[in-house]
Structure formats: C-alpha cells, structure tokens
Design a protein around this ligand. Sequence first.
Ligand code: ADP
Length: 455
Amino acid sequence: MKQKINLLIGFSAVVLIALSAIQYYLVKTAYEYKVEQFRSEIKEKIAKITNDYSDIDSTIFNKKDLLYKQLAENYIRDKKTRFHIKNQLLQSDFKNELTRKLQEEFENEVPDLEIDFAIVLDKFVIYDVTKEADTIFAEKPFIENKIYGNLASLDDAFLIRNYVGTTSGSLQQELNSDYKLLTEDTLYVSIQNWETIVLKRMTLLLVFAVFSILTLITLFVIALKALIKQKKVSDIKTDFINNITHELKTPLTTLSVSTKILERKETRENEAVFNSVLGTINRQNSRLQHLIDQVLTNSLGHQEIELHKERVLMPNFLNTIIADFKISNPNILIETHFHSQKTSLNLDKFHLTTAIANVLENAVKYGCKSIAVKSSLIENQFSISISDDGIGISKSKHSLLFDKFYRVEQGNLHDAKGLGLGLYYVDQIIKAHHGTINVVSDLGKGSTFNLRFSI
Ligand code: ADP
C-alpha cells in the first residue's frame, strides 16, 4: 500500500511537472507571438510617419543630402582620410536638430508610447565615373554610427526600415569628374517598457495559466493529503483491532479454561479450589469490564465529557495522585518541584486524576526509571509538567500523539500493551477544561508533557 502511494505520488508529480512545462512552453510561445505582433504594429505605425523624410522636414533632410554631397566632394578633392570623413558625418551640425524634429513627430503621432530612435549609417560609397567605387565605409549596423537620434543601444531595438539613397554630382571645373554617392542608413526604434506593454496585453492569459497550475497543485496536494490521512486512519483502525483482540484474548481464554475446571466434579467438591477458580473468573471479568470501560469512556470527545468541577487545592491534589502512584510503582523514582503558593483551581477531580495518572503510567510503560513532576504559576496560567527519562518519542510523531487509537510503532523492542486511547483521553480532558497540552521529546531523550490551565 505504502509503495502504491509512493508510486502514485511520483507519477502525479511527473505529470504535474510535464503539465507545468507544457504550460510554460505555451505561455512562452504566446509571448513571442505577441512580441512579433507588437513589433510589426510599431513598424507599421512608424513607417507611416517616416514614409518620406521630406514629410518631416524637407529642409532638414535636404541639409542632410547636402552634407553627404559636400563631404563626398571634399573627399574627391583632397582625399582626406576615410576616418576624417566618417567623423564629420557622424558629428554633423544637424544631429541635434534632426533628433529633436523626429522626436516631436513621434510624440505627436503616437503619444501613448515613449519612443527612442536612431538613424544609423551603414554605408557611404562614392562612385567616381572614371575610377572605381570608393567605399568610405560599409559596416554592420552599430550604435556608434548613429547620425542622429537618442537611442543608446541597439540591443532591444526594433529595425523599422532601411533607407538607400543615391545622389549624383559633378566636379567638372577642377577635376572634370562626375560621381555618384550611395548611402544606406537604417531606422531603429526602441519603445520604453515595451516588455510591460506586451505583458499587459497577455495579463488574462498569464493569470489564467498561473491560476490553472496553482489550482492543479492545490488539488493534487489536497488529494494526496486525503489519501495519506485515509491510509493513516485505516492503519490506526487495523492496529486498534489487533490490540483489542490481543487484549481480549487472555481474559477470554482464562474464562473458558476456568469454566471447564468448574464443570469438573472434583472442583466443585473442593471448596478451596472452587473459590480460587471463582476468584480468577471475577478478576478476568473485571479486567474485561475495565477494557470495555476504557474504550467507552476514554474515547469520548471533549464536548461529550460531562465535568463535575469543584475547587481543588494545588499542590495538595498533585501530592495525592503521586502518593497513590508511588504505591503501585515503588521502583520508580519520583521528584517533585511544586510552586510554593497554594492555589485553588476549578477542576473535575476524577477525570483530571485519571488523566495525570495516564501520563505517569505511560512514563513507566515506555521505559522510564525516574519521573519529575513540576508545577508553576505564571500570570494567569497554572502549569504542570511531567518529565520522564524513558525511550522518548520521535519528533515526527508528535502531531499524531493525541489522536484517537494512535500508537507509536515500537517494532518488537518495547512491546507495551495499549489501545492508543490514553493520551487521546488526556487531551480531551484538558480541552474540556479549556487548557492545553503539549509534548517536548525526541527518541532516546525522554519526554516532557506540559499541561496548562487558566486560573
Ligand atoms: P498507548 O499507551 O495505549 O499506546 P497512549 O495514547 O497512551 O496509548 O500513547 C500513545 C503513544 O504515545 C504510545 O503508543 C507511545 O508510543 C507513546 N507514548 C506515550 N507516552 C509516552 C512516554 N512517556 N514515553 C514514550 N512514548 C510515549
């Protein structure tokens, strides 16, 4: 059964992980699709604005063409270094003006988006008709070649469009040469917080995905908990049936043997033997009665227990219980540390005596040699602690200890008899008194039971 449950847990966990992975993959694909959709939307919007440079400001773009031309001619005239020409291109006087103009245009046309942009020059090639083409530069796009714009990096930027321009000119007077200029520049745009915008558009899907996975995990945990609890309950019931059968067997066998002995004529004729067998029958009978009482009384819930409260003087009450306990357990060393002040509490004497005796008897049953009983009065709380040096209880069992019929599996080492009702009864009695009980213990380290009542 345990193996089956483990297998079920393992299998369900794998299915859960697989479902989460599929969910993650679907969300990721949807995100990529949304990004692509957003990118083409932006492309379309911005392409409309910048469709024609002259729409923005013809004079400024003419100035740019003029600058290209001027630099090309300067280059043909005195062949300044390429580096020098490139620098002049990139640090043109129009840089700021063009940036501002285009920025204003974006702000007017798409006020809901904060757009950073850059026009990056990729190519600057001069064709001198008489000579071969002279490439001043042709590079992969990178932000350092920005001729204007306010974008600082191309990393997250969308490529909107490429502009390829050709200009013709002639320098006939001095050099008698016609030339053509080929330029290529690209517009990159980056939308501030574009991830947030895309994620916002996916909110419903994300919420649904997270919600469905969380629901699935919660259902899985609830189902597992119910399964484990059911298994525990069924184990506890089986244990209880085994224990009670074992407990009933001895007196019943003795009773059946005794009646057989009584049936014999010789027994009936011998008064001494007859009385002794009768005594055995009586003892076994009361043992059976005691067992049944234990099951009936001790398994009552705290709401069903009827308390007959009376004023009880502490620590005198504890002293009486310990004195009785000493008589039946002369080999156990009992130490007491009671609070000095006399305190009177409103308690059910009978039930509380049985509860405390249960804890003391458990200490003996589970291997102790000595017990320490302490009482203290802190603020409005009266507390009794009972510590023993017995086998102790592993921490993992503490939460189950006060459950009905629960017994810690002891293996074959400490085959102490019991029905798993003792601590349940103690807990119910303390609860009926509106008190609390807890245990401090670990395997091999003894146990301490702390009982607390409000005064
Ligand atoms: P029972 O003694 O009939 O088994 P209880 O309800 O009295 O049932 O106790 C529940 C379990 O708690 C016991 O089976 C035992 O393993 C453990 N236990 C209780 N008291 C002690 C103790 N003082 N030291 C070690 N184990 C204890």
